[in-house]
Design a protein around this ligand. Structure first.
Ligand code: SAM
Length: 477
């Protein structure tokens, strides 16, 4: 048993989060180290304090959760709910209010999206009849949800029209209108709690999307049993589209509609001939349909075809960020090339100075692809520009181990060691690392690296002044 095990066990018992894998463990390690230094505590004493102090445990949990989310994520499910299930619910519920829960709501984009979709589709009166709850175990992300102030990154799934309809632009970001904000009730919800507060529910619909991936099988089953107890007899449960089939434990019944899967508690049935889902006003950015030949009566502007990832890469390379961003949006929502598209999005954010958002996105990617060279390097740069020397070193070192033949990884790691603020740490680059940076004639402001014995043609970014460029080559994969 290593020194982290008792802390991992505590986190698991409290929140269900599994901290296996280098990234999660590293985060835990870093937080514990900082806290111990700050408070001058031994590991044993810190563990004791975490058991005794809920506040300190909550702070730790906030460091470990992955909060990635955005408005109208997986919009087809929102359409299915708003267009098909909700009208039926409204018809059968009589006068009683309807209740929806977003379990693991993160910074609020999911419950607020539901409120906006209901308002845009059914109007104010229907929205008034519905209570929307958002719960999360992470107290600091809940505070962000309460502020309801978002950067443009949260809008990567929606049109500007929708954003401008429901948000005011301020110097700090986009502020959600009060009429949407007040329809969502936000509270601390730990899905691992033995019993959920009796104030929760009974719910007609629970959205539990993109949360179960952080739990083991046992925890996921337990959570479904607890959900069942706080749901109406005919209630519906949505998991993320890629999670649903893997969470079919026979606790709920699996249903399908228009290719979308969801769970129901009782014997809920949809009308015999379900209506095809139509594009709703809230989800204007959608996968581009197959191109149709124009007809004489065509008065609508043409929907652009799905862009080629190579084209986006080229735009990024040429620093045409605005064009790249709009093409990336299309790519991301077409649901194809997800890994390279998300990676390019991260590079775009890095190069436009949105370091926090880039970091969050890269953490999400690295959860799924822990050895991806581009992600490791980008995350390392992000740490570096955020003045987190240790974080940068760790990422570059991992990149070196996982990709021993990558000169970029070697260069960045060597550069990190050279600039290590701690005395006694090696100042020289690794033996096989780069010899010295030299000017790159083809790429003004940037440097390329002459490595020992090889001619390297790629570009690197020696400091924050120059934009990062995409040279490791896996974007097209
Ligand atoms: C990736 S976000 C998903 C956000 C949103 N549901 C979506 O689909 O975009 C996962 C969220 O689950 C929350 N979470 C993790 N463990 C939890 C627990 N035991 N109880 C409640 N929320 C939890 C995290 O804090 C995080 O905000």
């Amino acid at each position: 048993m290593n020194g982290l095990e008792p802390f991992k066990q505590l986190v698991y018992d409290y929140s269900g989060l599994i901290l296996d894998g280098s990234i999660a463990e590293e985060r835990l390690q870093q937080h514990l180290q900082k806290t111990r230094q700050l408070l001058g505590l031994s590991a044993a004493r810190l563990l004791e304090r975490l058991y005794q102090s809920r506040t300190e445990l909550d702070t730790l949990i906030s460091q470990l959760t992955v909060n990635e989310t955005y408005f109208f994520r997986e919009p087809e499910q929102i359409d299915l709910f708003v267009q098909q299930l909700l009208p039926r619910l409204l018809a059968t519920a009589g006068d009683r209010p309807l209740r929806i829960l977003s379990a693991g709501c993160s910074s609020g984009e999911e419950p607020y999206s539901l409120a906006m979709a209901i308002l845009d589709t059914h109007g104010e009166d229907v929205l008034q009849r519905i209570t929307i709850d958002g719960g999360d175990v992470d107290l600091s992300i809940l505070n962000k949800a309460r502020r309801a102030l978002y950067s443009s990154f949260s809008f990567r799934g929606v049109s500007n029209e929708l954003r401008d309809r429901h948000f005011d632009r301020t110097s700090e970001g986009y502020q959600l209108h009060e009429r949407i904000r007040r329809t969502v009730r936000l509270f601390m919800l730990n899905l691992m709690a033995a019993e959920y507060d009796c104030d929760y529910g009974p719910y007609d619909v629970i959205f539990f999307r993109n949360v179960s991936i952080y739990f083991d099988l046992e925890t996921r089953k337990n959570i479904q049993h607890r959900f069942k107890r706080i749901m109406q007899p005919d209630a519906t449960l949505f998991l993320g589209t890629t999670e649903t089939l893997g969470n079919d434990f026979g606790i709920f019944q699996l249903r399908e509609h228009s290719g979308l899967y969801y769970f129901v508690k009782g014997s809920q049935v949809l009308p015999d001939t379900p209506q095809p889902l139509r594009p709703a006003p809230h989800t204007a950015i959608r996968p581009a349909p197959a191109p149709q030949p124009p007809t004489a009566s065509d008065s609508q502007p043409a929907i652009p075809a799905q862009p080629d990832p190579q084209l986006v890469r080229q735009l990024l390379h040429e620093e045409r960020y605005t064009e790249a961003a709009s093409k990336l949006d299309l790519l991301l929502h077409a649901g194809q090339h997800q890994h390279p598209a998300r990676l390019m999005q991260a590079w775009l954010l890095l190069n436009t100075g949105h370091l926090e958002q880039a970091a969050q996105l890269l953490d999400g990617i690295l959860q799924e692809h822990p050895w991806c060279l581009d992600s490791l390097l980008a995350r390392g740069l992000c740490y570096k520009w955020q003045q987190d020397h240790e974080g940068a070193c760790t990422r570059f070192k991992t990149a070196c181990y996982a990709h021993a033949d990558s000169w970029l990884a070697q260069y960045f790691y060597g550069d990190c060691l050279r600039h290590d603020p701690q005395p006694g740490v090696a100042r020289a680059p690794p033996a096989s690392g780069p010899a010295h940076p030299v000017s790159c004639p083809g790429c003004c402001q940037r440097l390329s690296v002459a490595t020992a014995g090889t001619t390297a043609t790629g570009c690197i970014v020696p400091d924050r002044a120059a934009p990062a460029c995409l040279e490791t080559g896996s974007f097209a994969s």
